[in-house]
Ligand binder design. Structure first.
Ligand code: NAD
Ligand code: DAU
Length: 369
């Protein structure tokens, strides 16, 4: 009998990182794996991100809600799942400030439901888990809180896996809670899981509510570029495919029960990112493209700061490097060019996701800022 193909249950696979991860996995493993993409298709989920894998025999899409036990357990009843990669979440900090409850529901209850259903499927009568099964919970560096900017002559501080949790936004608090539930499963049941805490991702298919795609989109339309506060908050940017690679490597080589931080030491102030985007747009737009006329530094507009805005994030990726052998492949200069190019070449995708509800969101979030 032929070997069974390793079967992945990917939650939130129609979102930004989930869809890039699915592309990464099919590029790497082709027909050696089966991927079941389980997604509720909220405003952030978009099957167009996966149109090129739709026809594969080893790709299955299931519409479902991670907070719904019936939805999740029916997938485990139907398929023999070997790997769970749990991306599904509400992911935007600004939305969490306006409407925290859905973040608690999806991120906390959703993770608990995923863990419960997975445990039901994988735990044996003697309490042990079926050999070889693994669950990876995709989390964020925001659970660690906010770092200071280093003063002159001072060594900068970083987030390590041992840094105490200190979340500030409803989003990061909900992700921190979900991490604790995963840790509780590991400690209580010996549940076969890992947690990854990654820094800010950028790349193709990111919804234009997040800094980089929002600035690209607004600049091309000649709209104001809203900079929160003084624009000097620092984020540590990682190309999304390097995150996908890190998840795969932790899944296959990580020590069970461990947490791994993922980041590429690429700290930039928001205002620097915006300048880089404007420069890259001018470099890539051909002279005859009328959108060039819109792109200008004069669009930069300082607006009221985000409530509770974390000052600086910076990951120490030492552990994933030494224990798992992960390192990023794409430097920021290359990654941002690839990203801006993708948005220039995929205007239809952008137009689709920015029609309808997006306009309402933008109005509510930015009109009185
Ligand atoms: P996203 O908002 O782009 O995608 C989230 C996906 O989850 C969407 O496809 C959505 O439809 C789906 N979803 C939401 N609620 C659901 C539910 N109840 N049931 C099933 N599916 C549901 O998010 P993203 O930026 O791709 O982030 C993915 C994960 O990675 C999240 O857990 C996030 O916390 C984490 N993360 C993100 C970043 C980042 O920079 N974007 C960095 C580190 C960690
Ligand atoms: O650090 C990982 C996290 O990165 C993930 O867990 C989150 O899911 C992801 O959304 C991201 O959170 P941030 O809040 O850092 O990302 P965002 O793109 O929303 O904002 C990046 C920075 O840019 C932040 O300092 C706020 C600022 N900003 C953002 C927007 C949308 C602006 O100045 N103007 C804007 O319009």
């Amino acid at each position: 009998m032929a070997d069974k193909k390793r079967t992945y249950l990917v939650t939130g696979g129609a979102g930004f990182i989930g869809s890039n991860y699915i592309h990464y996995m099919f590029d790497k493993y082709d027909d050696q794996i089966i991927i079941i993409n389980f997604d509720k298709l909220t405003y952030a989920g978009n099957l167009a991100n996966l149109s090129d894998v739709e026809g594969r025999d080893n790709y299955i899409f299931v519409k479902g809600d991670v907070t719904d036990r019936k939805d999740v357990s029916s997938v485990f009843e139907k398929y023999d799942i070997d790997r769970v990669v749990h991306f599904a979440a509400e992911s935007h900090v600004d939305r969490s400030i306006v409407d925290p409850e859905i973040f608690v529901r999806t991120n906390v209850l959703g993770t608990a439901t995923m863990l419960n259903c997975t445990r039901d499927a994988w735990q044996q009568e003697d309490g042990s888990f079926i050999e070889g099964k693994r669950f990876l919970h995709v989390s964020t560096d925001e659970v660690y809180g906010s770092l200071q900017e280093p003063k002159e002559g001072e060594e900068p501080s970083y987030f390590y896996e041992t840094t105490p949790y200190d979340p500030h936004s409803p989003y990061s608090a909900s992700k921190a809670s979900s991490d604790f539930i995963v840790k509780a499963y590991i400690d209580t049941y010996g549940f076969p899981a890992n947690i990854t805490n990654c820094s800010n991702n950028y790349g193709a298919y990111q919804f234009p509510e997040k800094l980089i795609p929002l600035m690209i989109h607004n600049a091309l339309e000649g709209k104001a570029l809203p900079v929160y506060g003084d624009g000097k908050n620092v984020r540590d940017w990682l190309y999304v495919m390097d995150h996908a690679k890190g998840i795969d490597m932790v899944m296959e080589k990580g020590k069970l029960g461990e947490t791994y931080n993922i980041g590429g030491h690429n700290e930039r102030q928001n205002i620097q990112i915006i300048h880089t985007i404007l420069d890259t747009l001018m470099e890539l737009l051909p002279p005859e493209d009328t959108r060039r006329m819109n792109v200008s530094k004069d669009l930069i507009t300082y607006v009221t700061d985000r409530l509770g805005h974390d000052r600086r994030y910076a990951i120490a990726p030492d552990k994933i490097k030494s224990e798992v052998g992960w390192e990023p492949d794409t430097c920021f200069e290359d990654g941002i060019r690839l990203t801006v190019k993708w948005y220039l070449e995929n205007e239809d995708w952008v137009n689709n996701v920015t029609s309808g509800d997006y306009q309402k969101y933008y109005e509510e979030m930015y009109s009185n800022r």
